[in-house]
Design a protein around this ligand. Structure first.
Ligand code: NAD
Length: 248
């Protein structure tokens, strides 16, 4: 397969070597990054391309999606921050006949962890005497807090645990209300991302954690997504890729 890596920043530089290890050829497109093959996403960059992988910037995402669709090229969209335009993107995919798969988090481990947490919430959420809470730890360079993954986890827990209706993030300078789910964020050091959910009774504690080691897991998932979308048309989310991998 011939891939165009659109955005040759931190994620692009992780993804390109993995694509080559999997036997794919790659060109890189980036207006400013050193070493990129093309400065713009035009006909020259897209010549012979089967799939584009976009990890650029929220402000570029929609323009890039439209350009790739207009060229008839299917795509993996890892860029975040454009989700208020999801209905526009679905229309672009439907009218152009390309394939698109997107996710705010392409880590297979994280996406399987989400399923594990949902299953745990269904078990402990219906067992008397278990409270639920969570925390996440990230390096001191992370700009946002709580993490997007923490928000998703809190949503899954609220959906699965009857007694909890309201996620509360950050520091709680009072006792939590029974319906509140407290999910705290800690920043410092160089941890690339730890998320832990706890189910706690007077007798025991069950912890369900995911510890990232690097960005490599995110890059790996994006390459698998490129292989997935290369044989499909239409709109897909990460759940479709996970189902195809685990036979769901
Ligand atoms: N979905 C996931 O799993 C996942 C994981 C990590 C990061 N991200 C997201 O991916 C995006 C990129 O992250 P990053 O850490 O690689 O950022 P980065 O800043 O290191 O790299 C982005 C690169 O995109 C380039 N770029 C900007 N506009 C472009 C355009 N129109 N065409 C081509 N290149 C363009 C920039 O010059 C830069 O080199 C962000 O939105 C980030 O939130 C998603």
């Amino acid at each position: 397969m011939h891939i165009a890596m659109v955005g040759y920043g931190r994620m692009g530089r992780e993804i390109v070597p993995l694509c080559r290890e999997r036997g794919h050829t790659v060109v890189t497109v980036d207006p400013t990054a050193a070493g990129a093959d093309f400065r713009e996403l035009g006909a020259a960059a897209l010549c012979g391309v089967d799939v584009c992988i976009d990890f650029t910037h929220p402000e570029s995402a929609i323009g890039n999606i439209e350009a790739m669709a207009a060229a008839g090229v299917s795509m993996v969209v890892g860029t975040t921050g454009w989700y208020d335009k999801l209905s526009v993107v679905k229309d672009v995919v439907a009218s152009s006949g390309v394939g698109l798969i997107w996710s705010p988090n392409f880590s297979l481990g994280v996406n399987l962890y989400f399923r594990l947490v949902s299953a745990a919430a269904a078990l402990f959420g219906n067992a008397d005497g278990y409270d639920v809470m969570g925390y996440e730890i990230h390096h001191n360079g992370k700009a946002d807090s709580p993490s997007g993954t923490a928000i998703k986890l809190a949503q899954l827990l609220v959906a699965g645990v009857k007694a909890k209706t309201t996620p509360v993030y950050g520091m709680l300078e009072r006792k939590p209300l029974p319906e509140e789910l407290h999910f705290a964020s800690v920043r410092g050091g160089s941890n690339p991302g730890l998320h832990t959910v706890l189910f706690d009774s007077p007798f025991d504690t069950i912890e369900v954690s995911h510890q990232n080691r690097s960005r490599a897991g995110l890059a790996w998932g994006a390459v698998l997504a490129a292989e997935f979308i290369s044989t499909r048309k239409g709109y897909y989310e990460i759940e479709d890729l996970i189902d195809s991998i685990i036979g769901g």
